[in-house]
Design a protein around this ligand. Structure first.
Ligand code: ATP
Ligand code: MG
Length: 326
């Protein structure tokens, strides 16, 4: 039986990069698609950004291909990640032959904690003057992230991982985060080291080759992966996978890019690489490799969207990728 994939373009360029990516998927695999909606436009029309049927579709699909949402982003992706019990966001950032990069030696994978930290949503306005935010870090979430990181480095032949944190300031929360993950790494016999996240930002900008797999809290992962995007040639290139359980949500790191939405020139590479991660997640390894290679080859000498200095449209890129599939 064919796997059922929930397809959720969201807003803005999501409506351009997701259909372009479906054309590529259709060329390599036969999935059953469940087209659903969520985001700003739905919220405007109905008052609620995440319709019940979308939540249901994503919760029961084998995997979800997600585009991007705008203002309502937190109201959409956070409940969806929770619905599929995704506790880690995998964000690979590597340079591609032919694409100008600030740091051509970048090849890192960020494993971002996906459920807590300062994104747990525990905020209060105590008075006109005072607002507070509670940073949630649990031993159980840190432990399962640590377990995931160990299995990830073992399965993908990495030497070990680096924990990004700030336990000199957030002694209790990042103290627990680092101690727990180090303990798990020791149990697995996986090499682990650690770095303050601010210092890591400097190191990443100057010499990213010193890092391989980075394990970090939620907010740090968000910021460091956008930094990594800058190192390798822009947001249009970075995919991500929300995984952890037997369902996954695959989405580009970028947002819905209102500044270019509707022009048909968004770079679909990040979403196509996300689709490759989806294929891999469902054990379509050769199809995943085929898509990845075709996108790589297109980036190298095919048509380019304006963010990469070209004048091609999203569909021109999709045509070129499909042409280059085996
Ligand atoms: P979010 O809050 O969802 O992370 P954001 O405010 O960081 O969103 P993005 O929507 O990611 O913003 O856009 C940031 C910049 O990158 C914009 O100038 C946008 O046009 C550009 N950009 C993002 N994605 C792409 C893409 N796929 N192709 C070309 N340009 C892109
Ligand atoms: Mg952003």
């Amino acid at each position: 039986m064919n796997e059922r994939i929930a397809v959720l373009p969201g807003d803005g360029i999501g409506h351009e990069v997701v259909p372009a990516t479906l054309r590529v998927l259709d060329a390599v695999v036969d999935f059953e698609y469940d087209h659903v909606e969520a985001g700003d436009a739905v919220a405007e029309r109905t008052g609620a950004p995440l319709p019940e049927e979308t939540l249901e579709a994503v919760s029961t699909a084998d995997a979800t291909l997600f585009g991007a949402t705008g203002e309502t982003s937190a109201d959409v992706i956070l409940p969806l990640r929770e619905a599929v019990d995704s506790f880690v966001n995998i964000r690979p950032a590597r340079t591609h032959p032919g694409v100008d990069a600030v740091q051509p030696d970048t090849d890192i994978v960020i494993l971002r904690e996906n459920t807590e930290g300062v994104y747990a949503g525990i905020e209060d306005r105590l008075s006109e003057d005072v607002s507070t935010l509670t940073r949630l870090v649990t031993q159980s979430a840190s432990r399962r992230l640590g377990e995931f990181a160990c299995e990830y480095v073992e399965a993908n032949d990495h030497d070990g991982f680096t924990i990004a944190h700030k336990n000199n300031v957030m002694r209790v929360t990042d103290g627990l985060f680092v101690d727990t993950i180090e303990e798990v790494a020791t149990e697995h016999g996986v090499d682990v080291d650690d770095a303050y996240m601010d210092a890591m930002a400097t190191h990443l900008a100057m010499d990213p080759s010193q890092y391989d797999v980075i394990v970090c809290p939620n907010l740090a992962g968000d910021v460091l992966s956008d930094l990594a995007a800058g190192l390798v040639g822009g947001l249009g290139l970075l995919p991500s996978a929300n995984v952890g359980s037997d369902r996954g949500i695959f989405e580009p790191v970028h947002g819905c890019a209102p500044d270019i939405a509707g022009e048909g020139v968004a770079n679909p590479a990040a979403t196509m690489f996300s689709a490759a991660m989806l294929l891999e997640f469902l054990d379509y390894d050769s199809e995943a490799d085929a898509v990845r290679s075709a996108v790589e080859s297109t980036l190298e000498d095919g048509p380019r969207t304006p963010d990469l200095g070209g004048s091609a449209t999203t569909d021109d890129v999709a045509d070129a990728v499909i042409d280059r599939l085996p």
